[in-house]
Write a protein that binds this ligand. Structure first.
Ligand code: UT7
Length: 335
């Protein structure tokens, strides 16, 4: 019986730092509001001409992950790429990574599960490794939000939250039962699909039609979020899916060494921390520096927690995410 373990992690964020004060120069917002409601102090945005894109950032994170895993790109059996902001409508970023990294003609799968994308990707990779089909799978989460946000006051409820960046993990086969990914838990509830969505351009909403049908003040080619509704669902689903994972493995909240929640809003993480009575050293947050990087947020946070020595061999690590779809999920890992 095989299991999979994370052999190496990498992260990459663009150099360009955008502070709350920077945003308040282009829209009616302020540092106090953003910090109080979200915890965010700054985020990274791709700068025109800096060479970064969703795929290239994914490659940079993946190269670091491979180096740390001491696994050659020639030994990668599959690429799983999670993003809501691909470079092209089609094809997906997975094939771009395969080409850019000079990986042989392996399967490349794109995952479209937004904030839960990395956990969905991890779960897919884990299943392929557990069945014995593949030995090493590269899982990437990467986002270029800044290119598609509304920087006028109209978009402030969404735009201040999101940031750009990428994280990657190399999953490898392990024969040590009880080590690595113990279980993953995935869910969706499509009835709330449009509560956090980008309607177009899409096959149902091509640009000419969007412009014709919508008055200037309601432009659906920017992301829409029903913030409070999403917030309420997030705290509920985060709690449920963490408990589901713990119960599946006969673990208790007290067994968690590190919880890495999707970095949606610091208040959501704090709510979960309080509910589960976890001490500060058992919950990792970095939304203050990077904002919400959607599919990249968990791998960036997990990578950083590992770099800081906060995730160690033998630790019980819990990952949990919730986002557009709605989709949500968790992963229970013995590091
Ligand atoms: O990652 C995927 C999952 N995403 C999430 O889980 C996000 C969940 N939601 C949230 O994080 C929060 O709902 C937000 C941070 C998006 C918004 O915070 P809120 O406390 O729910 O604020 P609100 O939307 O209820 O807005 C309160 C007020 C409004 O003004 P009025 O109507 O009270 O006069 C907004 O117009 O704040 C105003 N507002 C802002 N003011 C300054 C909204 N955005 C801003 C802004 N700066 N950026």
């Amino acid at each position: 019986m095989y299991t999979s373990r994370i052999a190496g992690m990498g992260k990459f964020v663009p150099e360009n730092v955008v502070t709350n004060d920077d945003l308040s120069k282009v829209m009616d917002t302020n540092d106090a509001w953003i910090q109080e409601r979200t915890g965010i102090q700054e985020r990274r945005h791709i700068k025109k001409g800096d060479g970064n894109s969703t795929a290239t950032m994914g490659v940079k994170a993946a190269e670091i992950a491979l180096e740390r895993a001491k696994i050659s790109k020639d030994d990668i059996d599959m690429i799983v790429f999670a993003t809501l902001s691909p470079d092209y409508y089609f094809p997906g970023c997975g094939v771009q990574v395969q080409e850019m990294m000079g990986i042989h003609t392996c399967p490349a799968l794109d995952v479209r599960n937004q904030c839960s994308g990395f956990i969905y990707g991890l779960s897919v990779a884990d299943q392929f490794i557990k069945t014995g089909m593949y030995k090493n799978v590269l899982v990437i989460g990467s986002e270029n939000h800044s290119g598609g946000l509304d920087f006028s006051t109209r978009g402030r409820g969404v735009t201040v939250i999101f940031g750009d960046g990428a994280g990657a993990a190399v999953l490898t086969r392990s024969e040590n039962e009880g080590q690595g990914i113990l279980s993953t838990h995935l869910h969706s509830e499509g009835k709330h699909a449009l509560e956090l969505s980008l309607k177009g351009p899409s096959t149902m909403h091509w640009v000419p039609q969007l412009i014709e049908e919508n008055p200037q003040e309601d432009i659906p080619y920017y992301p829409y979020m029903n913030g409070q509704f999403v917030f309420k669902n997030a705290v509920r689903r985060f709690s449920e899916v963490i408990m589901e994972g713990l119960q599946k493995n006969n673990l208790e909240v007290g067994d968690i060494d590190m919880l890495v929640p999707h970095q949606a809003n610091l208040r959501i993480s704090q709510f979960i921390q309080k509910k589960f009575q976890l001490t500060d050293d058992k919950v990792y947050n970095n939304i203050q520096k990077y904002g919400n990087t959607t599919a990249a947020s968990i791998p960036i946070a997990l990578c950083e927690a590992w770099e800081e020595g906060k995730v160690k061999e033998g630790d019980t690590v819990v990952l949990a995410a919730f986002g557009s779809g709605f989709t949500w999920g968790s992963a229970i890992i013995k590091w």
